[in-house]
Design a binder for this molecule. Structure first.
Ligand code: FES
Length: 89
């Protein structure tokens, strides 16, 4: 039987907008729950890219977290983190 998620809900910002997420969940999970599947654009073709492997191998989930490039699938959510999906919008 699955236990309900007991982790506290925190607020992060994504492209300047407030978003609620569970503390400690992977950033890709939090973004996907809110329908944010496009995380960046390909530097060559300009096509939208999103999480693929979810285990730190493909680099498709790279985005900016508090000003540094991070892999969203390996980055746990913490209160107040600022996420930027540069070039996606
Ligand atoms: S989804 Fe592949 S490295 Fe994050």
């Amino acid at each position: 039987m699955t236990q309900p998620d007991q982790r506290p809900t925190v607020t992060i910002t994504v492209d300047g907008a407030a978003l609620r997420a569970r503390e400690g969940e992977m950033l890709t999970t939090a973004l996907a729950r809110h329908g944010l599947l496009r995380l960046r654009r390909s530097p060559n073709a300009g096509t939208p890219r999103g999480a693929f492997c979810h285990m730190g191998v493909c680099q498709e989930c790279a985005l900016h977290v508090d000003g540094a490039i991070r892999q969203a699938c390996l980055t746990p959510v913490s209160a107040g983190m600022a996420v930027e999906r540069r070039g996606v919008l």
